[in-house]
Design a protein around this ligand. Structure first.
Ligand code: NAD
Length: 362
């Protein structure tokens, strides 16, 4: 009998369940650093993923989070056509209380020791300044400020990718991808949402917006000629497209029953409250859903461009490839009558498998 059968919370049981290649525990009592780096798969290239800093309640919770997030990065890179694998890191601690230059630089040294098999970027609880500190100890960090040669704010690239994902849905649903006269509700007009509203209004879409920040809502409505609505009424609007650009799990049993749109496509992570239940509900209701992890990959593309040394123009062009990738997913979903998120996963898995085979031959 193998050890992992005894304890489903053991580290090895979890690694088996998620299929990881390597997990590194980083401890430095001097700086208080406690971190876990998870490398899920490097078939396509070095594992890239952000470093998240959170006051996890337990080591188990931190490990579970880093395993889950790093695996999703493998899928994201694969479906986007990038030569990157999936990884992620978590630092256990309160980012407002426990962060220091020394802690970040010590963490950078752990990354350096992985010799390029893991590259990090900012995430929840970390910021460009932290990436600068990590950069002092290793070159395997991306998303550093433009002022020191990095790619800077990824939001315009993310918005462009979401915009192309929306157009791909229009093409598959209506037969043409014109936004003129189409109505769309954007929830959340932050960094990505505002850029997206600009692109949509440039093509004469009728744009409804909502946000909990009412002052900003009024400003963005006026700047772009969008219609501000109360957050709660968003799901009852008679619209063609719902675009979640604020927070996750807004596509759930309650909202699916209320939504009158034919397309859901936005930047927020984990839009479906339950991947299986709500992926199937959308399929049955005939609402076309552009998988979030595919159409919000602009941020990842921005990081990739920084590593590859591409300029802004090339980066935006790469984000436009999301149009074809989304169409392939939607077509597979239709052909096999499976939810779009499942179709995306299958395409990502096939790409990894195909490349694994060609790499095995030399
Ligand atoms: P942001 O923090 O700049 O903007 C989020 C906006 O949503 C804010 O204006 C906030 O007031 C609003 N908001 C928060 N709760 C809300 C609620 N309940 N209802 C309505 N509005 C609410 O974030 P962002 O960078 O624009 O990212 C938006 C989403 O896209 C996030 O889920 C993020 O994880 C995801 N995403 C962003 C990027 C990127 O490049 N920035 C890349 C991939 C995914």
């Amino acid at each position: 009998m193998i050890l992992s059968q005894f304890d489903e919370h053991s580290v090895f049981s979890q690694l088996d369940a998620f299929g990881h290649q390597k997990v590194v525990y980083c401890s430095d009592p001097g700086t208080g650093l406690k971190a876990i780096i998870a490398i899920h798969d490097t078939t396509l290239g070095p594992a890239l993923g952000g470093t998240r800093m959170q006051p996890y309640k337990s080591e188990y919770e931190a490990l579970h989070d880093v395993l889950r997030l790093s695996r999703s990065m493998t899928y994201k890179s694969a479906i986007t056509g990038l030569n990157l694998g999936g990884g992620k890191a978590v630092i256990i601690g309160d980012s407002r209380l426990h962060k220091s230059e020394a802690l970040m630089r010590r963490f950078g040294r752990f990354i350096e020791n992985l010799n390029g098999s893991f590259i990090t970027a900012e995430d929840v609880g970390t910021n460009p300044r932290d990436m600068e500190y990590i950069r002092m100890e290793t070159k395997y960090v991306t998303g550093i400020p433009e002022s020191i040669g990095g790619s800077g704010d990824p939001s315009p690239v993310t918005a462009r990718g979401v915009f192309m994902g929306i157009k791909a849905c229009l093409k598959e649903h209506f037969g043409n991808d014109s936004l003129a006269g189409k109505s769309i509700a954007v929830q959340g007009i932050g960094h990505v949402g505002e850029n997206l509203v600009g692109l949509l209004r440039n093509e004469n879409a009728k744009v409804y917006i909502s946000d909990i920040d009412e002052e900003r809502l009024g400003q963005v409505a006026q700047k772009y000629g969008a219609i501000a609505v109360a957050n709660n009424s968003l799901f009852d609007l008679d619209i063609d497209i719902y675009s979640p650009c604020a927070l996750g799990a807004t596509v759930n049993t309650e909202t699916i029953n209320r939504l009158k749109c034919s397309i859901i496509a936005g930047s927020a992570n984990n839009q479906l409250a339950d991947e299986v239940v709500h992926g199937n509900m959308l399929l049955e209701k005939g609402i076309m859903y552009a998988p979030d992890y595919l159409i919000n990959a602009g941020g990842l593309i921005n990081c990739y461009s920084e590593i590859a040394g591409f300029n802004k123009k090339k980066t935006l062009q790469m984000a436009e490839n999301i149009y074809d990738a989304t169409r392939r997913v939607l077509q597979k979903s239709k052909l096999e009558n499976i939810p779009t998120n499942e179709a995306a996963n299958k395409i990502a898995e096939k790409r990894i498998e195909d490349i694994r085979k060609i790499k095995a031959s030399y």
